[in-house]
Ligand binder design. Structure first.
Ligand SMILES: Cc1ncc(COP(=O)(O)O)c(C=O)c1O
Length: 401
């Protein structure tokens, strides 16, 4: 086919941001810090199978019929309650809750609803690669704001907004950042809402890891501080239940959700009823909080193993963020080291370890001395062994530069 026939958003010469993120490595002693996947052994598989059976028993053949773009009101009511209880968002009703095909569709629909070609969007540097892959298709102008230990740099955000008051959207992962591992402080949460009010901005607060806190105190969501309907709060069942449910949910003003429903109908007509009903039954008959507590207990041990291993094995001059939850640690090495080259030339063939190199997490792919390490998919022993190898690798790399 003639490439000119493709729209600019899918030019064949431009590779997918998500393709090739995880290098193939078949060594028996391979240790992969790459995945962003939850631990399969912790899936509530039996309870979920029962929930699907209950959903089918309750509605018979009608379960499998077309239903609505909104999905079951009972599920949205439960999520509205959860938004008030756990996220500290006030006055949420079922009408403020929209079900999406994973958090990913929430990101995509919000971007589609707001961004015309060339419109300004602020993203953290680094940011979630899947969000970039979605945003790219709307051909925005990216403005990057540096991610620090307490979340994005709000001074830099303010300066950017002052210089480009036409910017429409801020995308942020405030809790246990992917890939940064850090959490936005209370003060910064308040500040971003103030700036959004001042500069007429929408904030997309993406929170798939929010309830996976292993140490420290939970903070109110950014949406908690929203008084003008500017914050869209987005969550997902992928990390706390199972990714295959492909179910996310967002909380926003009804006026925003109405526009998003138009786009969802155009994209996939409606929420898959069987899945939404199964989640509803799961939530009615099981304690999601107890399940999350089990996850947090296990993941805490893995996170601690990662923090200990970073201290033990990473050479001086290499820094690692210290997460309090979520899935990831972010490591920054000497700026003369290119972590993509290091991955393919040394880490995988010689040390049999893999990580995701930093360039993938930047809008302009121009930061080459960082790496994302996942700790939830490995045992503490694997983490220790793999990090020892990474320490050796980085010590050697520092000697060569
Ligand atoms: C920050 C962030 N947002 C959204 C998603 C999308 O997840 P899902 O579509 O499975 O809910 C992910 C998945 O890794 C993520 O890390």
């Amino acid at each position: 086919m003639d490439n000119k026939l493709f729209a600019t958003r899918v030019q064949p010469a431009v590779p997918s941001r998500l393709a090739g993120l995880f290098p193939v490595m078949n060594y028996p002693d391979a240790i992969k810090f790459t995945a962003g996947a939850p631990a399969e052994s912790l899936f509530p598989a039996d309870a979920m199978a029962q929930a699907y059976a209950d959903a089918m028993a309750a509605e018979g053949n009608h379960t499998f019929q077309y239903h609505t773009v909104q999905g079951p009101v009972e599920l949205r009511e439960r999520l509205a309650q959860r938004a008030m209880d756990k996220m500290q968002i006030d006055h949420v009703t079922a009408d403020n809750v929209m079900l999406t095909a994973g958090g990913q569709q929430g990101i995509d629909l919000v971007a589609k609803a707001l961004l015309n070609k060339g419109d300004g969007i602020v993203v953290e540097a680094p940011t979630y690669v899947g969000a970039l892959s979605s945003f790219d298709t709307y051909e925005p102008t990216y403005y990057e704001v540096e991610l620090e230990d307490d979340g994005l740099n709000t001074d830099q955000l303010e300066a950017t907004l002052k210089q480009h008051p036409e910017i429409k959207l801020l995308y942020t992962v405030a809790d246990f950042h992917n890939p940064g591992g850090v959490t936005m402080s209370l003060a910064e949460r308040q500040k971003v809402v103030e700036l959004a009010n001042q500069y007429n901005l929408i904030i997309l607060e993406d929170t798939p890891y929010r309830e996976l806190r292993y140490t420290g105190q939970s903070l109110p969501s950014i949406k908690h501080f929203d008084t003008e309907g500017r914050v869209i709060f987005l969550s997902s069942f992928s990390k706390i239940l199972m990714p295959t449910l492909r179910t996310g949910w967002l909380v926003a003003d009804k006026a925003v959700i109405q526009q998003l429903y138009k786009l969802k109908e155009a994209a996939d007509l409606e929420v898959p009823n069987i899945t939404a009903q199964a989640i509803n039954h799961y939530l009615a008959d099981n304690s999601l909080d107890e399940h999350i507590a089990r996850l947090n207990k296990e993941y805490k041990v893995r996170m601690q193993a990662m923090i200990d291993a970073c201290r033990k094995y990473l050479p001086a001059g290499v820094s690692a963020t210290k997460p309090e939850g979520g899935f990831f640690t972010w490591v920054t090495v000497n700026s003369a080291i290119n972590t993509t080259d290091l991955l393919y030339n040394e880490a995988t063939p010689n040390q049999h370890i893999a990580y995701v190199p930093s360039k993938n997490f930047y809008a302009y792919k121009d930061h080459t001395n960082g790496m994302r390490l996942n700790f939830t998919g490995l045992t503490p022993t694997e983490i220790d062994t793999g990090m020892k190898r990474l320490g050796t690798l980085l010590t050697q790399a520092e000697q060569i530069i």
